[in-house]
Design a protein around this ligand. Sequence first.
Ligand code: ADP
Ligand code: S3P
Ligand code: MG
Length: 179
Amino acid sequence: MFLVGPMGAGKTTIGKLLAKQLGRTFVDSDWYIESQTGADIAWIFAKEGEAGFRERETRAIDELTQAPQIVLATGGGAVLAAENREFLRQRGIVVYLNAPVDVQMARTSKDKSRPLLQQPNPRKILQDLYSIRDPLYRQVAHIIMPTGHTYPRHMVSQLMQQLNAFFDCTDTTPKDNKE
Ligand SMILES: Nc1ncnc2c1ncn2[C@@H]1O[C@H](COP(=O)(O)OP(=O)(O)O)[C@@H](O)[C@H]1O
Ligand SMILES: O=C(O)C1=C[C@@H](OP(=O)(O)O)[C@@H](O)[C@H](O)C1
Ligand SMILES: [Mg+2]
């Protein structure tokens, strides 16, 4: 199960809760990159630029989408590379957590850990990123979940319902073989 969506959509928060609910291991691709590099995301952006971070991100997405049965929270820009989209789409169920820019803004404004938002006008950046990335999130997603004003625990139960509906629709087991 792979979560995609913009910064502040709640991928890390919801992913952690969802993994607990499903009894699966949770991995956040940003945390994984930090542990592999021995440095935080801000340091990687400062020393290697966004391009350096994206290379590390592609390696992480390739490895993690092959790990069995994990819940993976990706970073907001993970869908930018076509090869990442391919890894995600082909290797698991992709859920797009879709939050409006106002919500993204409210949830990211106090946190200084996102280098792309450390600019004078983070709202404009979030808007611009959203117009570029929303079609890519939609392209890669099997399920789209709005995350506006829903509490994390409620989000997880809604998501569980959506996942059950998704598996019911895609279950190709012949009826005779069920039970
Ligand atoms: N459904 C939600 N309702 C309220 N706050 C949330 C929700 N989801 C996430 N948050 C809060 O928003 C902030 C960003 O969430 P995070 O999970 O880091 O987002 P992402 O990984 O998508 O960037 C965190 O402070 C988190 O507690
Ligand atoms: O949107 C982006 O390009 C980024 C999102 C961040 O992750 P979250 O979406 O979890 O904040 C992190 O990967 C990095 O700061 C770049
Ligand atoms: Mg995150």
